[in-house]
Every structure is written in structure tokens, then in C-alpha cells.
Design a protein. Structure first.
Length: 66
């Protein structure tokens, strides 16, 4: 299982909340890497919402988002 699948399984909102709480301490490079912000702002928190880095069907099978 790769890092994106693990994130979707754990819930992307967990890491996102952690990132937001540390924004003032992030380096410029870390601040510029905002893909997690963009995904979570769309309400895609992982398997529990049916989409994260991947899209999930009713049986939680992952499918690439295109």
C-alpha cells in the first residue's frame, strides 16, 4: 500500500488539521506544497467521504480520479 492509499485510509483531514495548526512554522517550500489543502477544501477526506487521492465505490474499491 502506497502513501496516497494510506492517507486515504487514515483520513486526509487528520494530516490537514495538523498542517493548518503549524502554518506559521512551515518553510516556504512546505507552504508552497499545498495539494493536501486543495484536496481537503473540496471535501475529499479519503475513503470515509468516497474520495481523496482516489475515488471509492460503495465497496471502498479505489479508482483513479481523472
Amino acid at each position: 500500500m502506497g502513501p496516497f492509499a494510506v492517507g486515504d485510509l487514515a483520513g486526509l483531514d487528520v494530516g490537514w488539521r495538523n498542517r493548518k495548526s503549524r502554518l506559521d512554522r512551515l518553510s516556504p517550500r512546505e507552504k508552497a506544497n499545498d495539494i493536501l489543502d486543495k484536496i481537503c477544501e473540496l471535501g475529499r477526506y479519503g475513503q470515509k467521504t468516497g474520495a481523496g487521492f482516489y475515488k471509492y465505490d460503495e465497496k471502498r474499491n479505489a479508482h483513479a480520479i481523472r
